[in-house]
Design a binder for this molecule. Structure first.
Ligand SMILES: Cc1ncc(COP(=O)(O)O)c(C=O)c1O
Length: 447
């Protein structure tokens, strides 16, 4: 694999991608299995739709274009795509089988390893995705408190209890929608008011511990205290912060330990796993609160998890992710400053979860500018969301320098568009459309 900028980008067009998309729309409802992977999130007409091969930090699309990947499969592949030590663990496991008729020792081994690295985890239970373990956490909280209401912040998957709070709520009964109420990050007064208005009814606060905003005034601890003062549990959804901020996620990084937490993505480097974990006093109620699935103990995934945890420990992956992120953050900021673009382009978040925000001078996010950013980055060979940059252990300094060079050129174009007050003039593709209306504006999702 060569790491020069010259072979990166939309060199071969996107004809095959577009042909596949046309076929897909005839036979796949919505054309896609994941909204965050679909055209709309990426600039339609200015980005490939289908990829065929991934290795390390690079990806090749069906037309043969090569990109540096800053999406990393929506977060899970924190070590890098097609990562040899994890492949080896899965290949070895495959010789013995994938899905067994009784319990398998790897269930115990992985559970022990997770209890060792996640602060709140005295016990764990597995499922196959993030949506299911978030739903299980909510069900458990409702079960142990005998209450129904849930307060939430962030994205928690497709299950009724959460998705009813978004504009994609078709099919969710109103009585279910009424039971979950979103709150805003860092708005402790707003949350206090919500507790006051729903006294004695709230089972849990579930939240991503961090998205783009940094916690102010010890926000996470204040949420925990407020939840407990009101008899509610605190649940952290660590799907994206786990194995990224720290192995133990935001709870370890911010030193605020929740009652329950959900993990997934980074634990397996791409294999499907959802983990609910927490204090034994609560977790023991899973004998009455139902969570059971045929595929939860599928062992290729558990072999991957076991190997990932070992690799993280042996190679200090977390330190490497922070180091790469800090290098990016420092240099991206210098480029923004050089172009005098801070009124329209700014960084948010943490080095391991960096956001490049594009906005008007009042700070209001601007989809057209975001699309222009993506369009130009794709041209230069960077596969990226309209803001969030997903780093992996496999990203090399050369990759990061390519990204910085691409961002520099992108800022050139953004600067012209802003100075001429004419973004449309520079857009050659359709403006991106966030998956949910209203969430990105509240910094409650990051793509
Ligand atoms: C924070 C968070 N929670 C829950 C989910 C849902 O996970 P899944 O798509 O595996 O159901 C996601 C997925 O993007 C997520 O980022």
């Amino acid at each position: 694999m060569q790491n020069t900028t010259t072979q990166l980008g939309l060199k071969n067009g996107i004809e095959k991608s577009n042909e596949l998309w046309e076929r897909a729309n005839k036979v796949i409802a919505t054309g896609t299995q994941t909204f965050s992977r679909s055209p709309g999130v990426f600039p339609d007409g200015g980005a490939p739709k289908y990829v065929r091969r991934q290795k390390g930090s690079h990806v090749w699309d069906v037309d043969g274009n090569e990109f540096i990947d800053m999406v990393m499969a929506c977060g899970p592949t924190t070590l890098g795509h097609n990562f040899e030590p994890i492949n080896a663990a899965m290949t070895k496991q495959m010789e013995d089988g994938i899905l067994f008729s009784l319990l398998h020792p790897l269930e115990v081994e992985v559970a022990e390893k997770l209890v060792d690295v996640i602060p709140c985890a005295e016990m764990v239970k597995f499922s196959k995705n993030g949506s299911d373990v978030c739903a299980a956490a909510v069900r458990l909280a409702r079960g142990v408190t005998g209450r129904d209401m849930i307060f939430c912040f962030g994205y928690h998957g497709f299950q009724d209890w959460y998705i009813g709070t978004t504009d994609r709520n078709m099919g969710i009964p109103q009585c279910v929608r009424d039971l979950t109420k979103p709150f805003n990050y860092n708005d402790i007064e707003g949350l206090k008011k919500m507790f006051k208005e729903n006294k004695g009814k709230v089972a849990a606060v579930i939240m991503e511990p961090v998205i783009a905003d940094k916690p102010q005034n010890n926000f996470l601890q204040q949420v925990k205290d407020l939840a407990h003062a009101n008899g509610a549990l605190l649940i952290f959804d660590e799907m994206l912060s786990g194995f990224r901020f720290r192995m133990g996620g935001g709870q370890e990084f911010f030193d605020v330990v929740p009652d329950l937490a959900t993990f997934g993505k980074g634990i397996t480097n791409g294999m499907p796993l959802g983990v609910i974990c927490g204090q034994a006093e609560y977790m023991k109620n899973f004998d009455k609160v139902f969570l059971s699935s045929t595929y939860a103990p599928e062992v290729l995934t558990l072999a991957a998890a076991s190997a990932v945890i070992d690799f993280y420990k042996e190679n200090d992956v977390i330190a490497a992710l922070w180091e790469k992120g800090e290098y990016l953050e420092k240099n991206l900021q210098q480029i923004i400053d050089k172009h005098e673009l801070s009124a329209n382009v700014s960084l948010a978040g943490y080095p391991v979860r960096l956001m490049i925000n594009t906005h008007d001078v009042k700070g209001v996010q601007n989809n057209k500018l975001a699309t222009l950013y993506q369009q130009e980055m794709f041209k230069e060979g960077i596969l990226c969301f309209a803001g969030l940059l997903m780093l992996s252990y496999s990203h090399t300094t050369v990759d990061l320098d390519c990204l910085l060079a691409a961002f520099d050129k992108t800022c050139d174009v953004i600067k012209k568009a802003v100075c001429e007050d004419d973004v449309d003039k520079y857009l050659t593709c359709q403006a991106m459309a966030p998956v949910f209306k209203g969430l990105r504006e509240r910094n409650a999702v990051s793509n």
